[in-house]
Design a protein around this ligand. Structure first.
Ligand code: SF4
Length: 357
């Protein structure tokens, strides 16, 4: 069955929901075939080049209580910090000098920055000016006016993960939050000229139908970067479990997303199982390595708050050998700029078509 679906794909026939479900049910032998095709598709669109994203998680304060998250409001054991503008900009410059192609400025939904929004806007402007790199902002849910301010400050990307597109599951994961408000923020970001990243969490009780629905939603909202991460149990949270996370579903999702989003950016996240899981994610068809974090600056990851950070493994030099081992190479800033310009162009083209223009 899987062979048939892959043949159909190679004949350029769009995959149906049923086809995607067949791929999601693939056995190990069949999975290897899906990974191989995903690599071929990546090669077709991106050659052998991958992009690197630097990550500055500058505030771990959050007003929300997502059940899966270590930094949820009610978790008294998660370390809280809020970096100053100077610390954030310096970390971004160091990351830029180390060779990343984008700076991802991420925070929990920290009331401080929501109330002192101009500070955040200035940080985006300064990071952009001092690094001359693309900037992604991951600030959580904002008002339309705030999103527009970030776009005007030069932010290229707005990342806001739904984690699931099943409303029922959303209510269990992102308690006390509005599904629609979150989706609408992405719409506003797009109409303000930013590219959007959408994300899924896997291993949280989702069904194959939920996954197919999520992939379709990601297509519908024209996400230019799509990511999937495996749920990792967090200490002192309602979803804490002794179960060891199984990353195999994430690898299959990456490969299927490569088939469904051939020309889009798909991250291999170091945040799930560190440097040891990078090779498998790249071999499944990812073409972005995130989250590269400068060591010894007191900056955390998200799902794995400390893994591989202070020993310097989550750095450009720490991942270079793995990239080479996969037959890939680190791309250039120029190529990254061209790629996001193409993604923007494609989007504006879609908009014209949708409006009949
Ligand atoms: S996932 Fe984000 S919004 Fe939810 S609690 Fe964690 S930091 Fe806050």
């Amino acid at each position: 069955m899987v062979d048939k679906v892959l043949k159909k794909y190679e004949s350029k026939i769009p995959l149906s929901d049923g086809d995607i479900k067949i791929l999601l049910g693939a056995n190990q032998n069949e999975r290897e075939k899906i990974f191989a095709l995903a690599r071929k598709v990546r090669e077709r669109y991106f050659g052998n080049e991958v992009f690197l994203y630097g990550f500055v998680y500058f505030s771990t304060f959050c007003k929300n209580n997502c059940n899966f998250c270590f930094y949820r409001r009610n978790n008294g054991v998660s370390p809280r910090y809020r970096k100053s503008a100077e610390e954030i900009i310096n970390a971004a410059v160091r990351l830029a000098n180390s060779g990343v192609h984008l700076i991802d400025l991420t925070m929990g939904e920290d009331r401080y920055f929501q109330e002192h929004f101009d500070e955040l806007v200035n940080i985006v402007k300064e990071v952009k000016a001092k690094t001359r790199l693309a900037v992604m902002v991951s600030p959580g849910v904002l008002s339309d006016g705030q999103i527009k301010q970030l776009a005007n400050a030069g932010a290229d990307w707005y990342a806001l993960y739904q984690e699931t597109h099943s409303r029922e599951l959303f209510r269990k994961l992102r308690v006390e939050q509005s599904y629609d408000e979150r989706m609408n923020c992405k719409k506003t970001a797009k109409s303000s000229g930013m590219l959007i990243e959408e994300g899924l969490l896997t291993g949280v009780g989702e069904t194959a139908d939920d996954k197919v629905h999520s992939f379709r939603e990601m297509q519908r909202i024209s996400a230019s970067q799509v990511r999937v991460m495996t749920f990792v149990s967090q200490k002192n949270t309602p979803m804490e479990t002794p179960k060891i996370p199984d990353f195999s579903g994430e690898l299959l999702d990456i490969a299927i997303m490569r088939l469904l989003f051939p020309d889009k950016l798909i991250p291999a996240s170091l945040d799930v199982d560190g440097i040891s899981g990078l090779e498998q994610r790249l071999m499944a068809g990812a073409n972005v390595v995130t989250s590269i974090i400068p060591p010894n600056e007191g900056l955390a990851g998200v799902a794995q708050s400390e893994l591989d950070i202070d020993d310097g493994h989550r750095t450009v030099s720490g991942i270079s050998d793995t990239i080479l081992k996969c037959g890939l190479k680190i791309s250039t800033p120029q190529k990254y700029r061209e790629t996001i310009e193409e993604l923007r162009y494609e989007y504006s083209d879609n908009r014209l078509q949708a409006s009949g223009g």
